[in-house]
Design a binder for this molecule. Structure first.
Ligand SMILES: [Ca+2]
Ligand SMILES: [Ca+2]
Length: 332
């Protein structure tokens, strides 16, 4: 258990009352059959499946009640509980500095559910993922190198020794385009043996980034390496509380063994790998309410209405192939 650090000055004001207030209010009104679980989850309806993972960090620990959550951290500052959260009192803060010793072969300060067996997923699964992410108002967009803040990663299969390492199936990136844009990268390959040359890469632009605001994301993935794949994204900020919806159909992963997928959150900055530098030298990002489940409702924090059924598809997002310059950014 780590000591809880002092509140961090770049924190925002909560957008809604804390969870405890919401839970008490709904219980008093008799609107919800609320019940607590070992992980502090409050289920809003008795027949709603609970999230497989729901990490809200309110216990002051970076594992949030999941002892098998792992970390890539070089230093005591890499992964900490922050004294503010999304509608709550705590979140997880990842910090990365240029010059930090590489972790797991790259410049990263990340947490992962790789060793949480029930949180693994794979081909043919439909999974919902939700989290809130906060970039401080002091964040400087780095026009030389994007920042990856959430990854859907596949582990190489021991039965496929040709795959020496794997790029993630998908990741959410803070991209410097046009003053800062959320980008969802999708990497896919129908071949059993994936090599860097066989990956089909594209991205979905998810719109401008609001600094100093929590952004809430909900993702649905129907995992497939063929055209049966589906990706849906719902997102909103405190400044624009209506959910925006993105829908895309097509390949979104690799031809891998089932249950090879796992999630990571934090900071990975590939542009700093190999000792490279860029226009910034320090990064910090905050995540809260990290959830994985089989239904939209199961991944929502207590008191939140799931957006997934209520919002019709407004647009089919254009998938943009990743140009070679983005595929292989040169080191400096
Ligand atoms: Ca929290
Ligand atoms: Ca494979």
């Amino acid at each position: 258990m780590r000591d809880r650090p002092a509140p961090i000055p770049e924190g925002p004001r909560p957008l809604l009352p804390p969870r405890t207030v919401l839970a008490a209010a709904t219980a008093a009104l008799g609107l919800l059959a609320a019940c607590s679980t070992a992980h502090g989850v409050v289920a809003d309806l008795a027949d709603e499946p609970e999230a497989i993972v729901f990490a809200d960090f309110e216990d002051g620990d970076v594992k949030s009640g999941y002892p098998d959550i792992g970390h890539n951290e070089c230093c005591s500052s890499s992964v900490q509980v922050a004294g503010f959260g999304r509608d709550s009192d705590a979140s997880v803060r990842h910090e990365l500095r240029q010059g930090d010793p590489p972790q797991a072969g790259g410049m990263r300060a990340e947490s992962d559910a790789m060793r949480v067996p029930e949180a693994r997923y794979g081909l043919g699964d439909t999974r919902y993922y939700a989290f809130s992410v906060y970039l401080p108002s002091t964040w400087e967009h780095d026009d030389r190198s994007g920042d990856i803040v959430f990854q859907w990663h596949n582990a190489p299969s021991p039965a496929e020794p040709c795959e020496t390492r794997k790029a993630p199936s998908a990741f959410l990136q803070v991209h410097p385009h046009d003053g800062g844009e959320w980008r969802l990268r999708l990497n896919s390959d129908p071949n059993p043996c994936t090599t860097p040359e066989t990956i089909d890469k594209l991205h979905l632009g998810l719109g401008p980034i609001a600094l100093g605001e929590w952004t809430d994301f909900v993702f649905r993935f129907d995992w497939a390496y063929d055209d049966s794949g589906v990706v849906e994204v719902w997102q909103r900020t405190g400044a624009d509380p209506d959910w925006a919806h993105t829908h895309w159909e097509g390949p979104n992963t690799y031809n891998d063994a089932h249950d090879s997928g796992y999630i990571k959150w934090g900071l990975y900055k590939p542009g700093w790998n190999g000792g490279a530098s860029s226009g910034v030298d320090k990064r910090a990002v905050f995540h809260d309410n990290i959830a994985l489940g089989t239904t939209c409702g199961s991944v929502m924090p207590p008191g939140w209405d799931p957006p997934c059924e209520a919002v019709p598809a407004l647009s089919a997002a254009a998938a943009v192939p990743e140009p070679p310059a983005v595929r292989a950014r040169r080191r400096r």
